[in-house]
Design a binder for this molecule. Structure first.
Ligand code: BES
Ligand code: ZN
Length: 838
């Protein structure tokens, strides 16, 4: 059965013997591949993928006898077509191809990366990134996830280079020309997008063992002291998942490779996981909790994929969302076991909030959709896949119960190991394990855009789509609802399935009802004001419930269902708050609310924020050494908001002291101090930031300096930051984020926008297409005067194929913000100016 854009199913690869000979100096490679094939029916043609390679047919044979054939390249389809002179019979055949290619200067396929060594000399390495779908740019192959095969890989590299691939090294031989031939053990049958190799002047740690699995970290020289944490998390994750899934790790080793240039955060190549340096190499004593948990979550995420994704794989790219959503869910489950004190499920709420925010837009999408082209697949790697997908899985897990959910997952993995699946296979496995209507529930979250808001009217629950645009929608969701009822006698949590227009909620008179109990639902709750106040007064809400309440209220400000003044009144009630996650959402939205006003009203708003935060900061004090990690993180947030949003002189002065004398200061305070100094910094500071971002070997510290370049209070400096982000002085992997931050600069965002617009072609040349939406993301608060019209017109006139939907979402968000400013500027300003100065 042929489907458009897919390879015919008449030929299946069983095993690839792949040899890649690299020449890093010339930036080229040459290869040979012998593919053992199974013909499912008699055929004359074999079609496989190849992109940008010079390929010649070495031989085609069946039953040991050569079969004459021709090879034709179909560059547009990224195919090569082999036509045999006589029909091949059903059964085994062997195809042998030779090819040459260039190592890509970009970040996909087989690509080049460089670093400066300790003597200041530029060193070159090369690595692969094949998802999705770029294996075809490195070797001719059947580059679709369903074509699983065994890989036996051999690399020829210059002497002294580290060479890694999916399998363990099993043989090494010095060749007459001085190069070395390294052979790797065979893999399990797996998809082409998971194949990987890395070659270069890198070092690798001694292994640590997780059960029988050898875990190592590879890195550029001079960073060995930053590997201990990753080894520890990696080993933990392998044992944790072997136990959770009830299946042994599918291999004998797991290398974690830190690459100086990397397009994404990390990639789950089986046994050879690649990372951006910041997500792997970390000094736990010098990192903020965000930096440390960010690395840990990334490592756990990729290791979760070794089973879910690598051992069991989607049939086609429409299933990427489940692959990624599940790993996102699992990264938190794993970290919750690794460091319960980090309360990572609380942290998860930030991602859920971000997904709710996108999913309230008209330009949202269904989580799953039909994928035909590679661009369709690229468009899936976004917040709706990761955060909405992960959140609806979390909602389901909470509703089914952790053990029942795990039983379903085990059932699914053991049934489909080494094979491929459809999304519904997981729902069916969960249904079988639990007896609950999982498919019916999940279909409404996956195949319907958006999410509902739940409200209560005369003792009945009602749902309607939550949308900023509030155009008519009449979708219904099948909601797994948890509700908690507080009465004089105590509290009782009810689990119900809300699958009709309305359902009755029978509660005794005077009871307090918490909807979305636990705060893990992917929906909002519209409490009447009095009800919300009673819940807060009675102090019955858990931290994530308070989080949801605050987040829902701010969303209703953006949706024109509440006013900014109501939000500020509610925020004031949190001055006594002690939980870090609640502070995160309160402060985040107070900062957004400050964007609604300008001039004197803005000064008043800053004073309001300071009045809410300062007492809490006083309670914490500056001395961190007895605090747990979350309290330290909270202090960092307070320092940041007081120093760079409210411009509190005392905080600025102390931040500068920490910046001048960081020795012994807490990491979260140090990181916040850097941001505060940037926001109040001079030209000299800017030079020091540049120097430090280049000198430090600590990847997270480097980013602290780099990303805050855009925060400086001078137009000239912010423009220098943007200019530098387009030059090769800042790695292309980081440049878009530097510009994003500069666009967010409250004073100078508009001139940064003008710079971006005038240098658009340079940006397109410098950054990989998937990064352009990241850059545009910085424009969502450019609400003043004609700037938003200019942004929208320019973006419309310069469409980009990759991430077009994400960019449309950013533009819509800009419009939502502009509308909020139009509604609120006058009335919110008036209410701020009338409130007596705090
Ligand atoms: N499979 C992805 C990497 C990827 C992303 C490949 C987009 C191709 C296109 C990997 O498992 C992943 O999800 N990486 C995340 C980090 C993770 C911690 C969320 C990433 O790169 O951002
Ligand atoms: Zn992933």
């Amino acid at each position: 059965m042929n489907q458009p854009g897919r390879l015919p199913r008449t030929t299946r690869p069983r095993r690839y013997e792949l040899l890649i000979a690299t020449d890093l100096d010339a930036s080229t490679f040459s290869g040979e591949v012998v593919i053992a094939l199974e013909m499912t029916e008699p055929t004359e043609t074999i079609v496989l993928h190849s992109k940008g390679l010079d390929v010649v047919l070495a031989s085609l044979s069946q039953g040991g006898a050569p079969v004459a054939a021709d090879l034709r390249i179909d560059a547009e389809r990224e195919h090569i077509v082999i036509t045999a002179h006589r029909a091949l019979l059903a059964g085994d055949a062997v195809l042998e191809l030779q090819f040459d290619g260039s190592i890509s200067p970009g970040l996909l396929g087989f690509y080049r990366s460089t670093y400066l060594d300790e003597a200041g000399a530029r060193r070159v390495l090369a690595a692969t990134q094949f998802e999705a779908p770029h294996a075809r740019a490195a070797f001719p192959c059947f580059d679709e996830p369903e074509f699983k095969a065994i890989f036996a890989i051999t690399l020829v590299v210059a002497d002294g280079m580290l060479a890694l691939s999916n399998g363990p090294e099993i043989d090494r031989e010095k060749l007459p020309d001085g190069n070395v031939r390294v052979r790797f053990g065979t893999t399990i049958p797996m998809s082409t997008y998971l194949v990987a190799w890395v070659v270069g002047p890198l070092e690798v740690t001694e292994p640590v063992y997780a059960g029988g699995v050898a875990v190592r970290v590879a890195h550029v020289p001079g960073r060995g002291h930053l590997t201990q944490f990753a080894l520890d998390v990696g080993a933990f994750a392998i044992e944790f998942f072997a136990d959770y899934y009830g299946i042994a790790y599918p291999g004998t080793k797991c290398d974690l490779v830190a690459l100086p240039d990397f397009s994404f955060g990390a990639m789950e190549n089986l046994g050879c996981v690649t990372f951006r340096e910041t997500r792997l190499l970390v000094d736990p004593d010098a990192a903020t909790l965000d930096e440390l948990s960010g690395a840990a979550l990334t490592i756990v995420h990729e290791i979760a994929h070794m089973w879910f994704g690598d051992l069991v794989t989607m049939k086609w790219w429409n299933g990427i969302w489940l692959n990624e959503a599940f790993a996102t869910f699992m990264e938190h489950l794993g970290i919750d076991a690794y460091k319960p004190e980090w309360k990572t499920w609380d942290e998860f709420a930030l991602g859920r909030a971000a997904a709710l925010d996108v999913d309230a837009l008209e330009n949202t999408r269904t989580v799953e959709y039909e994928v035909v082209t590679p661009e369709d697949a690229d468009g899936m790697f976004d917040i709706l896949t990761y955060q909405k997908g992960g959140s609806v899985l979390r909602m389901l897990e909470r509703w089914l119960g952790a053990d029942a959910f795990r039983a379903g997952v085990r059932h699914y993995l053991s049934r489909y190991q080494l094979a491929n699946t459809e999304t519904t296979d997981l729902w069916d496995a969960l249904e079988e394990a639990t007896g609950k209507p999982v498919r019916r529930i999940m279909d409404t979250w996956i195949f319907q855009r958006g999410f509902p808001t739940v409200c209560v009217d005369e003792g009945r629950l009602e749902q309607r789509r939550f949308s900023y645009a509030s155009t008519g929608h009449d979708e219904q969701w099948v909601l797994p609802v948890l509700a908690r009822v507080h009465t004089g006698e105590g509290a009782e949590t009810r689990s119900l399935l809300f699958d009709a227009d309305t359902v009755p909620l029978d509660v005794p008179d005077g009871a307090l009802v918490v909807l979305n109990a636990g705060g893990d639902g992917f929906y909002r709750v519209a409490y009447p004001t009095a009800w919300r106040d009673r819940l807060l007064d009675a102090r019955v809400l858990e931290p994530l419930e308070r989080f949801a309440l605050v987040d829902d209220l701010w969303a209703s400000v953006l949706a024109d269902d509440a006013t900014a003044t109501e939000f500020l009144d509610c925020a004031r009630r949190f001055a006594e708050e002690t939980d870090p996650i609640v502070w995160r959402v309160v402060i985040g939205h107070l900062r957004a609310a400050a964007r609604l006003v300008a001039g004197d009203a803005l000064d008043h708003m800053r004073a309001e924020i300071a009045a809410i935060v300062r007492p809490a900061m006083r309670r914490l004090g500056w001395d961190a050494h007895l605090d747990d990690e979350r309290t330290r993180q909270l202090r960092g947030l307070f320092v940041n908001v007081l120093g760079s949003t409210t411009f509190d002189p005392e905080t600025i002065a102390r931040a500068r002291e920490v910046y001048e004398h960081p020795e012994g200061a807490d990491a979260d305070v140090q990181a916040a101090a850097i941001a505060v100094v940037a926001g109040n910094g001079t030209a000299d500071d800017f030079e020091r930031f540049l120097a430090r971002s280049e000198e430090t070997v600590n990847p997270q510290e480097q980013l602290r300096y780099l990303y805050s370049l855009g925060d400086f209070p001078s137009e000239a400096l912010v423009l220098r930051a943007a200019e530098r982000a387009l030059s090769d002085e800042i790695r292309a992997q980081n440049g878009p984020f530097v510009i994003q931050r500069a666009l967010r600069n409250r004073e100078h965002g508009p001139v940064v926008w003008a710079f971006v617009r005038d240098n658009w072609e340079r940006a397109l040349r410098r950054f990989s297409p998937s990064m352009i939406p990241r850059l545009i993301e910085g424009t969502t608060w450019l609400v003043e005067g004609r700037v938003p019209d200019d942004v929208m017109a320019f973006v419309t006139a310069h469409p980009v194929a990759a991430g077009a939907r994400t960019i449309a979402q950013h533009m819509e968000r800009l419009a939502v913000h502009r509308a909020a400013v139009a509604r609120e500027r006058e009335r919110f300003s008036a209410s701020l100016l009338n409130a007596h100065a705090p």
